[in-house]
Design a protein around this ligand. Structure first.
Ligand SMILES: CC(C)(COP(=O)(O)OP(=O)(O)OC[C@H]1O[C@@H](n2cnc3c(N)ncnc32)[C@H](O)[C@@H]1OP(=O)(O)O)[C@@H](O)C(=O)NCCC(=O)NCCS
Length: 379
């Protein structure tokens, strides 16, 4: 490699692969899955339709959708040894539990040793069903409850809320959560999807790719930001109100701290997902008569947009949306995975279809070559 090739920090704007799954235009604020605009999907689709779209790159017929719903529903139950393992994990960090849980599922998958495209697709469906069960069951156990069997009559979103809380959600809560799942399902070559594709490109198995992705999503610069947003709001306090929220965020900016939930590597305008989450945060707050989180969030947004010219990303309003739905903060990032596992698996299937090992180069910045070898007693 020529010595004048320079690395680009964070691979910004580097095109690392071709993909037919997600279209992203950061200048115009466009996000589309296989050509379908995210606003259309958020208005009309269900999460299961989006899963089919990502995996098959077209919308399902009624029959295909029914079949997928049946497959997902029948794959949701967790193997008993995985439930036992979850009971033994300290209830400290939901992403750590999820990482361990996904890895454990690999041992009990009926297609564990079969890497054919058909078996890999079946594993993608099972993983998507089981990640929701892992997160809901971990959340229930962390709150001191026992695991609940999935309800096959419910869709992914409603079943998740049921397995977490023990109560079947009403239509408004189930649809709000369904939309949140749709909005988080895929986002081109984000860090965790890239990690999954790098692992897939070694021809490792699909469970290993999802373990890589979960570990990558955990970080506060990626999926961890939604929990950071809620911790910030709680630190300000629900009774404090918008003025105190403004003072808090001003002092963060004064200390040159990053405000969680703002900024994006690709979007230079409003993140189209934030548009829906802002509305949902407002409507859900009004529904339960707790609008303070939304009012404070709105004020924080106004300050950061004015002072830093940064827009809220997907994580900012998802924090108050999830909190208002009664979801514990420790589950915010795992919930991101409940949805994103559909996109991760779609990218992994695409990677396997037309694979080449992903192995980039580094710009060398170490001691000049060659260094003289010194025996131990002369150093
Ligand atoms: C998303 C993110 C990681 C993108 O990172 P990036 O493209 O590498 O951008 P940088 O971190 O280099 O930021 C560029 C500039 O904007 C500032 N900036 C970026 N995000 C900021 C934020 N949330 N609050 C305050 N300033 C921010 C940086 O301090 C930097 O300023 P400088 O040039 O004066 O040093 C970054 O915006 C961030 O850390 N946001 C907060 C975490 C978050 O919400 N993550 C979820 C992403 S969906």
């Amino acid at each position: 490699m020529s010595a004048d090739v320079k690395a680009k920090a964070g691979l910004e704007d580097i095109v690392a692969t071709t993909s037919a799954i997600c279209y992203l235009d950061g200048e115009r604020g466009v996000l589309a899955y296989c050509g379908h605009d995210i606003h259309d999907l958020a208005r009309h689709a269900t999460f299961e339709e989006v899963c089919f779209l990502l995996w098959h790159r077209r919308l399902p017929t009624r029959r295909e959708l029914g079949d997928l719903q049946t497959q997902l529903a029948s794959a949701r139950a967790l193997p008993e040894p995985v439930l036992r393992l979850l009971r033994q994990i300290p209830p400290v960090d939901g992403m750590d539990a999820l990482r361990t849980g996904v890895s454990a599922l690999a041992h009990f998958d009926p297609d564990a040793t079969d890497q054919s495209p058909q078996a890999t697709y079946r594993k993608a469906v099972r993983l998507t069903a089981q990640v929701g069960s892992l997160v809901a069951t971990y959340g229930r156990m962390a709150a001191g409850g026992g695991p609940l069997a999935p309800d096959p009559a419910l869709g992914t979103a409603a079943n998740f809320l049921y397995m977490l809380t023990g109560t079947r959600p009403d239509a408004v809560a189930a649809r709000a959560f369904d939309i949140a799942l749709i909005l988080h399902a895929d986002h081109e070559l984000n860090a965790s999807t890239f990690a999954a594709r790098v692992t897939a490109a070694t021809l490792s198995d699909i469970h290993s790719t999802i373990v890589s992705a979960v570990g990558t999503l955990k970080g506060p610069l990626h999926g961890g930001a939604n929990a950071e947003v809620m911790r910030m709001l709680l630190e300000i306090g629900e009774d404090a109100g918008p003025d105190r929220a403004e003072a808090h965020v001003r002092s963060m900016l004064g200390r040159k701290e990053k405000v969680p939930g703002f900024g994006h590597r690709v979007y230079r305008t409003e993140d189209p997902r934030a548009t829906h989450l802002r509305r949902m945060s407002k409507e859900l707050g009004e529904r339960v008569g707790r609008t303070r989180w939304f009012e404070m969030s709105e004020r924080i947004e106004a300050v950061v947009v004015r002072e830093k010219k940064l827009n809220p990303n997907v994580d900012f309003y998802s924090a108050s949306t999830y909190y208002t739905l009664g979801i514990p903060i420790d589950l915010f990032t795992p919930i991101f995975a409940v949805s994103r596992v559909s996109g991760w698996t779609a990218h992994v299937l695409e990677q396997y279809e037309n694979n080449r090992l992903i192995r980039p180069r580094a710009e060398y910045t170490g001691p000049t070559y060659p260094q003289r070898w010194l025996p131990l007693d002369q150093r």
